[in-house]
Write a new protein. Structure first.
Length: 62
């Protein structure tokens, strides 16, 4: 089985070209998609940071 990675902002495969805008935006805002499976994340933004949950891989924090 091959391990694939996904863009945290648009959810497309990270190997695809055309993610320079996504990389810039991810420096400013939380990911919207899980980078391990590509599923949409449940994201909560607070004044102290953000948290995101993937149904498959659990919580992320930033």
């Amino acid at each position: 089985m091959t391990s694939r990675e996904f863009c945290g902002l648009c959810g497309k495969e990270a190997a695809e070209a055309g993610h320079p805008d996504c990389i810039v935006l991810l420096a400013l805002e939380p990911p919207r998609y899980c980078t391990r499976c590509g599923r949409r994340l449940k994201v909560q933004v607070t004044p102290r940071g953000w948290s995101a949950d993937c149904i498959e891989h659990g919580p992320l924090h930033g």
